[in-house]
Design a binder for this molecule. Structure first.
Ligand SMILES: [Zn+2]
Length: 313
């Protein structure tokens, strides 16, 4: 009797101690996530304008994270420099930061996870902090990187912190341009831009109109979601300015015929205002959105790797 009881107790103890850890391992670290935004959207970074000192501070922060979680440099010291001469900004020191994680099945194509770190800087004497646009997306990308550095994916993952998005998607265009044979090397782009503010608790996924196979793959995750309202849309031509197909860095991949999924929110009162601050984020929504994107990626990575003959249409 004593022996059986001991075995049962040991089993229950193991279940209680191991299971929660396994579940927790799939979750975004909430404290780290919020801390990233707080730092990237601080006044001291002065709105992270491309080539301004605040952008360099943001880069240092992102670089330290890439190194500390163990991402592999895609370029020397992770950096791709490029020239900018657009919308009043002229400089030769715009910089994308690119790190990667090797997958277990490297013959598969790579998945890109992208988020731009630049914002509008100081306008009319006011700092445009860009907490939602797009410290929120960068923070999610950083924590997704931390997760996959500990839990090896099937596909190679490429993490892109793009510069100069606000000046015309220049960072993503520069990156796509230098990739040889991009169509055969990149499976898809997951682009995250503004996931921190939604009074209606709504997160949009755009891009599936162009690549319906992605909707088929992701729908089970969307349908099992009970915290957020996840909606497909904003990617059909008849929507005019509300068609977001070319609205953020995923456009460069789309033009190169790479499927994309864009995660973001609809326009809101703080967008492109000095009130886009850490305090004005909907923290609960933001954490849930980041967690949802990570869950979607874990699912897509496994599904697309297990089905060698997946249709990319
Ligand atoms: Zn943006």
């Amino acid at each position: 009797m004593i022996k059986i009881n001991f075995a049962v107790l040991t089993f229950v103890y193991l279940l209680l101690s191991i299971l929660p850890q396994k579940l927790q391992a799939q979750k975004i670290d909430t404290g780290q996530l919020l801390n990233h935004v707080k730092i990237l959207a601080a006044d001291s970074l002065e709105g992270r304008r491309t080539c301004a000192p605040g952008a360099a501070k943001a880069r240092n922060y992102i670089l330290n994270h890439f190194k500390s979680v163990g991402l592999i440099p895609f370029f020397e010291n992770y950096q791709q420099k490029f020239v900018v001469d657009e919308r009043g900004v002229k400089c030769d020191s715009a910089v994308n930061l690119i790190g990667s994680i090797e997958g277990t099945a490297t013959k598969n194509k790579s998945i890109v996870i992208s988020a731009h770190y630049d914002h509008e800087g100081i306008q009319n004497g006011k700092i445009f902090n860009g907490a939602d646009d797009n410290a929120s997306g960068v923070a999610a990308m950083l924590e997704i990187g931390r997760y996959f550095a500990k839990n090896q994916p099937k596909h190679d993952l490429i993490f892109c912190a793009f510069d100069a998005e606000e000046l015309g998607l220049l960072g993503s265009k520069s990156f796509v341009k230098i990739l040889p044979d991009i169509k055969n090397s990149i499976l898809l782009d997951i682009n995250i831009d503004m996931i921190g503010v939604s009074l209606r608790n709504e997160l949009y996924i755009a891009g599936a109109y162009h690549s319906p196979f992605l909707k088929r793959q992701v729908n089970p995750i969307v349908n099992s979601q009970d915290q957020l309202k996840v909606l497909w849309g904003h990617d059909t031509p008849e929507l005019g300015s509300q068609d977001w197909t070319l609205a953020s860095d995923h456009a460069a991949f789309h033009r190169a015929k790479i499927p994309f999924l864009y995660f973001g929110v609809e326009d809101h009162a703080h967008h492109n205002q000095s009130t886009d601050t850490f305090e004005n984020l909907n923290h609960r929504f933001f954490v849930q959105a980041a967690q949802f994107i990570l869950t979607t990626l874990i699912h897509l990575d496994a599904q697309l790797a297990s089905n060698k003959n997946y249709q990319t249409k």
